[in-house]
Design a protein around this ligand. Structure first.
Ligand code: KG4
Ligand code: ZN
Length: 341
């Protein structure tokens, strides 16, 4: 079975080809055109520019993803239908629907969050639910119990800024490049720095997250210490390191606490922020201590890509009791994670 994936929910235009094999899904291609250069001067994604860039690049990424194969050789098209930016989602959906109509191919609508969770199966098809997934990206910070393929229980989400969004906003404050996560990580690695005691928003009464208070603490720290003097590179590095540590401590503590409470032995950490080495190291250490297995997709599969969407589509076709033969899909910018099993 050959599945073409299409992902255009935010600022990556991506298409991928996945083959279903007896051992699980196999990536044939996973092409990502990043719009980073277009949005970097605005320190964030400009929705109108994002949809225009998707329109310009979508045929190119699909052509490359097909890798010499013809469109009529594929069995189905899996496309992200939300959550995300409406104009951006519509580009992917329209292209997927056109392929569906003209070549009579099944369309598989995929939730972007579900795509991030399923990214783990591209390299670790042996992992079986139940497990706890932390989806931590620019738009989301969610704790989901994956009871089975297509059966989810959301136990916590962000009440304000997503973790990646907080990275991007702090980077903007420090006049670093967009996206902020990789920049903050790079500067945090330079050993010559000091530790600032930023608050950890643990909120032990809930599994929800809130990073806007931490972001504000960084804003106040900069205002109180640098309104009358220039920040030196060591100050910038120290703020990056201390902020990153506060985010990592919070994500790890809450996720491990949830896994223990719900008696789940496996944790999957995915989404753009999961590319952060400090987060990965701290999770592995905590997992060892608590005897929990921690899994991450490789770094290139953490950030947005169509491979994860095609992978979710593959499991949806394989495991769903419903026969997917629809030629109509709808986008929803606020799409919730729903069960299909
Ligand atoms: O999953 P993703 O590509 O897009 C969304 O679904 O939002 O995640 C992008 C987010 C950005 O906020 C970016 O700053 C963050 O992931 N990110 C990182 C790192 N790489 C990307 N955050 C921390 N450390 C990183 N190495
Ligand atoms: Zn994403």
């Amino acid at each position: 079975m050959l599945i073409l994936g299409i992902e255009t929910s935010c600022d990556e235009t991506s298409s991928a080809l996945i083959e279903g094999t007896s051992k699980g899904p196999k990536i044939i291609s996973n092409i990502v055109f990043s719009q980073e250069k277009i949005h970097s001067k605005y320190f964030g994604v400009v929705p109108e520019f994002a949809s225009r860039a998707h329109l310009e690049k979508i045929n190119w990424v699909i052509e490359k993803a097909l890798n010499g194969k013809k469109l009529n050789q594929i069995d189905a098209v899996a496309v992200t239908v939300g959550p995300g930016l409406t104009g951006s989602l519509l580009v992917g959906k329209t292209v997927a629907q056109t392929i569906g109509y003209t070549l009579n191919k099944a369309l598989i609508p995929v939730n972007h969050i579900e795509g991030h969770i399923f990214s783990i199966f591209l390299e670790n098809p042996e992992i079986r639910p139940p497990f706890l997934a932390l989806v931590v990206s620019g738009g989301h910070t969610e704790l989901v119990i994956v009871e089975n393929f297509g059966k989810y229980k959301l136990i916590g989400k962000t009440r304000d800024d997503a973790a990646g969004e907080a990275f991007d906003k702090v980077a903007k404050l420090l006049k670093l490049k967009y996206p902020g996560g990789p920049e903050i990580e790079k500067l945090s690695k330079i050993k010559n720095r000091y530790l600032i005691n930023f608050p950890r928003p643990y909120m032990p009464q809930t599994f929800d997250f809130s990073f806007s208070g931490l972001k504000t603490a960084v804003v106040y720290y900069v205002r109180d210490n640098f309104s009358d003097k220039k920040m030196k590179p060591v100050d910038i590095r120290s703020i990056c390191y201390s902020f990153q540590k506060a985010v990592v401590d919070t994500l790890v503590w809450k996720t491990i606490t949830a896994a223990k409470k719900f008696n789940l032995k496996k944790i999957v950490v995915c989404g753009g922020v999961a590319a952060n080495m400090s987060l990965r190291e701290e999770f592995l250490q905590a997992g060892k201590k608590e005897k929990l297995d921690i899994y991450f997709p490789s770094k290139k599969l953490c950030t947005d890509n169509a491979g994860m969407i095609a992978c979710a589509g593959y499991y949806k076709i394989k495991n769903s009791k419903l026969k997917i033969k629809s030629l109509e899909v709808k986008v929803d910018p606020n799409l919730k994670l729903t069960n299909w099993l």
